[in-house]
Design a protein around this ligand. Structure first.
Ligand SMILES: [Zn+2]
Ligand SMILES: [Zn+2]
Length: 451
């Protein structure tokens, strides 16, 4: 019997935390945090103290009281006694918080499997943003590459790369004597790495799976609104060609496909792309896994250094990791004097630099999830951003495409893989899958399905 328990990822977008039990093996597929986690009980400064471990989360039933799962230190103020873990493994699909966000609660001895690139990203983020990225300690951390075969008791896990809005994303084909299982993780097939997703779909189809756990972020009843990465690139390039001043670009740090679209567009329009020191560090760390420019010397990249408190640009003014890129430094004076020569990576938390750069008549390309610009919950930030843009006379543009497969690509993947049973996950519209497949099993959070 194959048993699947959905501690997260069912009836919601994100929060994947799926327990797979089969033939004595006990494995979690991702261990993420739901996007609405804590919303009902915490608010800004009203937040749990990390030193209290799981105490506060158990109080409100925010995490299930599962024995033999959590670490000794996380359980110390709770009524759930620590016992050594019986979980054989946790397999991660990629580094987004809705897939790894609660790893810090786990027993350190549970083996953790993740892709090499995922590990490099987590490492780099933990160095740069230690409060945002904390996966805790793990004594048995195993890195894999696409196509590896990883045995866990009677099961064999085969991670296969997929394209998503970050590199290092994997889906899994899980071979079981009782029928194979496919887990898509998060994926798309409308960007430059779509061949990875095709490879995954072919492998998954070849396994003739009994069960497919399929993400459905964009499986909505609305008509499809489809943009691909190439269209985003063309739009960005057009804005750069027409711009009368500095071009500012806001995009997610790990969206390397988007970085490449900006980089390519900057090169093709005779401009240089300015990144900050943190971005330079990320590029540098990912260069061993992906074809990326060297931020130390690439002729189309410049690394922006903020004016230090000393009002200078000395080595001692910057953190150790920042000093590596000083040979390729650019400061606000150069950007202010020759704005048309540059495209500058920016974001809400970097607006203060505008006071130095003085980007009058600039173009601001917002190239990230629309929810920030359109969502009610961000309206205060949006008002502040608008005020800054108005103050400097900056024109706002949008150019973005999703990291998730659209409806037609989901349909393509499901028809190609053709499982006996389809279980929609990471979606708010599981019913929509019934239009594509005749045997859809809809699951709720906390529910166990036995097949
Ligand atoms: Zn996700
Ligand atoms: Zn994701």
């Amino acid at each position: 019997m194959i048993s699947l328990t959905f501690y997260g990822g069912a009836g919601e977008i994100g929060g994947n935390k799926i327990l797979l039990e089969n033939g004595g093996a006990k494995v979690y597929l991702d261990f993420g945090e739901s996007f609405d986690f804590g919303e009902d009980y915490f608010y800004e400064w009203l937040e749990p103290r990390s030193a209290n471990g799981l105490e506060c989360y158990f109080e409100f039933g925010m995490l299930p009281k599962i024995p033999k799962l959590y670490s000794r230190s996380m359980l110390q103020f709770t009524d759930l006694p620590y016992q050594s873990s019986d979980v054989d493994a946790v397999f991660l699909s990629h580094h987004h918080s809705d897939h790894i966000g609660q790893l810090a609660f786990l027993d350190e001895d549970i083996p953790l499997y993740l892709g090499r690139t995922t590990n490099a990203i987590i490492d780099a983020y933990s160095t740069l943003f230690p409060t945002l990225m904390n996966i805790g300690d793990h004594n048995k951390l195993h890195q894999f590459s696409s196509g590896d075969k990883i045995p866990v008791k009677d099961l064999t896990f085969r991670p296969i790369h997929v394209e998503h809005s970050t590199p290092g994303a994997f889906g899994y084909v899980i071979e079981s004597p009782e029928g194979n299982i496919v887990y898509t993780g998060d994926f798309r097939r409308h960007g430059p790495q779509r061949a990875w997703t095709e490879e995954f779909i072919a492998e998954a189809a070849g396994s003739k799976p009994r069960i497919m756990l399929c993400e459905g972020t964009r499986m909505t009843p609305d008509p499809e609104n489809y943009y691909d990465e190439e269209q985003v690139f063309e739009k960005i390039k057009g804005i750069m060609e027409r711009s009368r001043g500095l071009v500012l670009g806001e995009f997610s740090m790990c969206n390397i496909d988007r970085f490449n679209s900006f980089y390519r567009a900057a090169r093709e329009t005779g401009k240089k792309l300015i990144v900050d020191t943190k971005y330079a560090f990320i590029l540098d760390r990912l260069r061993q896994f992906l074809p990326l420019p060297d931020p130390r010397e690439d002729e189309s990249i410049k690394v922006y250094y903020k004016l230090a408190k000393s009002r200078g640009y000395g080595e001692k003014d910057y953190a150790k990791f920042e000093r590596e890129f000083m040979g390729n430094m650019i400061s606000f004076q150069e950007v202010k004097e020759h704005p048309k020569d540059y495209v500058m990576f920016t974001g809400f938390n970097k607006l203060m630099e505008f006071i130095y750069v003085q980007p009058h008549n600039a173009d601001y390309i917002y190239s990230s999830s629309e929810s920030f610009l359109e969502g009610e919950e961000n309206k205060d930030q949006r008002r502040v951003l608008d005020n800054w843009l108005n103050h400097f006379g900056i024109t706002l543009h949008k150019a973005h495409c999703s990291g998730h497969a659209g409806k037609s690509d989901l349909e393509y993947a499901i028809r190609a893989i053709n499982p006996d049973i389809l279980i929609p996950i990471h979606t708010q519209n599981p019913e929509e899958f019934k239009k594509i497949h005749e045997n859809v099993r809809i699951v709720r959070r906390g529910e166990t399905v036995k097949i």
